[in-house]
Design a protein around this ligand. Structure first.
Ligand code: GLN
Length: 498
């Protein structure tokens, strides 16, 4: 049997059922790897190894007594944006360096109920603002494919931990690409569901009209397994929506059972020239086009569609997301929880110094930009105008979907860059150009690996679906992955044995 950390979720489940290994064996295997190798990656902020061991033992006993929950005893970890009762929840910030949440996010509770074992909390850009996981108060995260490179962000801890073979699955959040872009940089599959599909209760808010939780794994089927317990209506989140409850793994299995030698016959893939614009790196362009050719070989047809110019979308996002952030982050004031400055002179001094000392530079920049565009005199010119353009972006996607079933694009314009490049903010924002439209329109989208650059760094292809069609995206990517091996490549750290 290959190393346990190379197994798919399906293989982990089958192995547990067949008693080839126990949940405790798996948990010990992953803890050992984290202890030996995470000093190179910095993917975890908090370890919960002791509770994980106890939970794994309990899971093994429950399984022996006939408990049939499929994910029972399968290890995972949470992005540190999700509140976990009794466990430190920092959101990558000094502001929450001492915040032990009194309650758990709905998705954390649901994943617990599925019987999964959490190994801890994963590093991220501070308050999920960023694209390379370098803005964390707990130190930058490194890419397991090449330690000099960034893992993407903001869910860089989630992605790097899977790519390093520290956990098979992780939760993550995506406001403008934070699941898909790290998936692309780390050679993983990651899905951002339709807005409203997954509860936001207990997920620390960045931009509430854009934030959505999702799953990261090595394959589409792995993502399907973890997404399943996350979805569903939650009365504690007013934006969560009652909708049909698909069974993603079953859908994948049925599609596979029906697949002939042209498994994707009939699928129309929309390709927009706007997504293959000037700033696109030539190697990324070539790998994404080669993957589209592979899709065609599997029976899909490529059709040309038009979407809003991504530069307009980018400007719209960077107007709206900071505006919402400035409002959401006003709750961190040093009074009831989180960081508080020493010896405040008075209330204003307490607010001002707690916020200036507790928030890092990128978060302060967003709060300033957002507060500016929401102030009297600028509100109509910036915020309202951006809201109107958002409406047009949604319409352009609707029009495009009249001609195709899914839309494909590069996930990001480049592969992972070097941490030492230390991008200025505006250049970093440009890297989000292909992912943010999806959040503005509330659509589901995934990123899947489609090969390596000459320097050995992964590249991702984004598939965008219509509202509620996560299943279509997951089955499409799965049928592709059944016949290709991009998702089976291992990073340098994953190849290390301990
Ligand atoms: N990089 C984008 C930003 O900084 C998206 C982040 C995210 O999806 N959380 O806003």
């Amino acid at each position: 049997m290959s190393e346990l950390h190379h197994l798919s979720t399906q293989q982990l489940i089958t192995g547990l059922q067949a008693k080839q290994f126990s949940s405790l064996d798996l948990t010990e295997h992953f803890i050992k790897r984290i202890d030996a190798l995470d000093s190179k990656i910095n993917s975890f902020i908090t370890h919960t190894s002791e509770t994980a061991r106890a939970q794994a033992q309990a899971a093994d006993e429950m399984r022996a007594q006939g408990d049939k929950r499929p994910l029972l005893g399968v290890p995972m970890a949470h992005k540190d944006i999700f509140c976990t009762q009794g466990v430190l929840t920092t959101c990558g910030s000094k502001m929450l360096h001492n915040f032990v949440s009194p309650y758990s996010a709905t998705i954390v509770t649901n994943i617990d109920k599925a019987g999964m074992i959490s190994l801890g909390k994963l590093n991220m850009d501070e308050f999920a603002m960023g694209s390379d996981s370098s803005s964390s108060y707990y130190g930058a995260v490194h890419n397991p494919w090449n330690l000099e490179h960034v893992p993407g962000g903001s869910s860089g801890g989630s992605a790097s931990a899977i790519a390093a073979g520290f956990i098979p699955l992780a939760t993550a959040s995506d406001t403008g690409g934070s699941i898909r872009q790290p998936a692309s940089f780390c050679g993983l599959t990651g899905i951002k569901p339709t807005y409203g599909r997954v509860s936001r209760f207990g997920m620390i808010a960045y931009a509430s009209s854009l934030d959505q939780a999702g799953s990261l794994g090595r394959s589409a089927k792995d993502c399907a397994y973890l997404l399943q317990p996350m979805i569903g209506h939650d009365p504690r989140d007013a934006t969560s929506i009652k909708h049909d409850m698909p069974n993603y793994v079953q859908d994948i299995n049925e599609a596979e059972a029906q697949a002939g030698d042209k498994p994707l016959a009939g699928l129309r893939i929309g390709v927009a020239k706007e997504y293959f614009s000037e700033g696109l790196n030539a190697e990324v362009d070539q790998l994404v086009r080669a993957a589209l050719q592979q899709y065609e070989d599997l029976g899909a047809t490529v059709v040309e569609v038009n979407i809003t110019d991504p530069e307009i979308t980018l400007a719209t996002y960077y107007m709206l997301a900071p505006a919402e952030a400035s409002s959401n982050l006003s709750r961190f004031d040093g009074v009831r929880f989180g960081y508080r400055c020493d010896n405040p002179k008075d209330l204003i001094d307490l607010y001002t110094r707690s916020r200036s000392e507790g928030f890092g530079p990128e978060v302060q920049r967003r709060i300033l930009m957002g507060t500016y565009s929401l102030s009297a005199g600028y509100f109509d010119a910036y915020y309202i105008k951006a809201q109107k353009i958002r409406r047009l972006i949604i319409k352009d996607f609707d029009d495009a979907f009249a001609h195709c079933d899914v839309i494909a694009s590069p996930t990001a314009p480049t592969a992972a860059y070097k941490l030492s490049e230390n991008l200025d903010p505006a250049t970093m924002y440009l890297g989000d150009v292909y992912t943010i439209g999806v959040n503005l329109a509330g659509l589901p989208a995934l990123s899947q690996p489609v090969g390596l650059t000459a320097a050995g760094l992964p590249v991702g292809l984004q598939l965008i679906g219509q509202h509620w069609q996560e299943s279509k995206l997951l089955t499409t990517a799965h049928l592709f992955q059944q016949r290709t091996d991009h998702h089976l490549q291992h990073s340098a750290i994953a190849k290390e044995t301990v």
